[in-house]
Design a protein around this ligand. Structure first.
Ligand code: FES
Length: 56
């Protein structure tokens, strides 16, 4: 599913980024631009990020 519509970022991409070392929302923003436009996705992106971190 899409997490960030502005940047077209999916939960899959976020999970993959975590596998490759992303650890924070800041990492995701740098990598994909998540949350850098309307900002509405920040909350959902954080949920996906934390879920992915805990699943490791
Ligand atoms: Fe992510 Fe707008 S949906 S910045």
């Amino acid at each position: 599913m899409y997490v960030c519509l502005c940047k077209g970022v999916t939960d899959k991409q976020i999970r993959k980024a975590v596998d490759e070392g992303a650890r924070s929302i800041r990492d995701l923003r740098q990598q994909f631009g998540v949350g850098s436009q309307c900002g509405k996705c920040t909350c959902c992106a954080r949920d996906v990020l934390h879920e992915a971190l805990h699943a490791r």
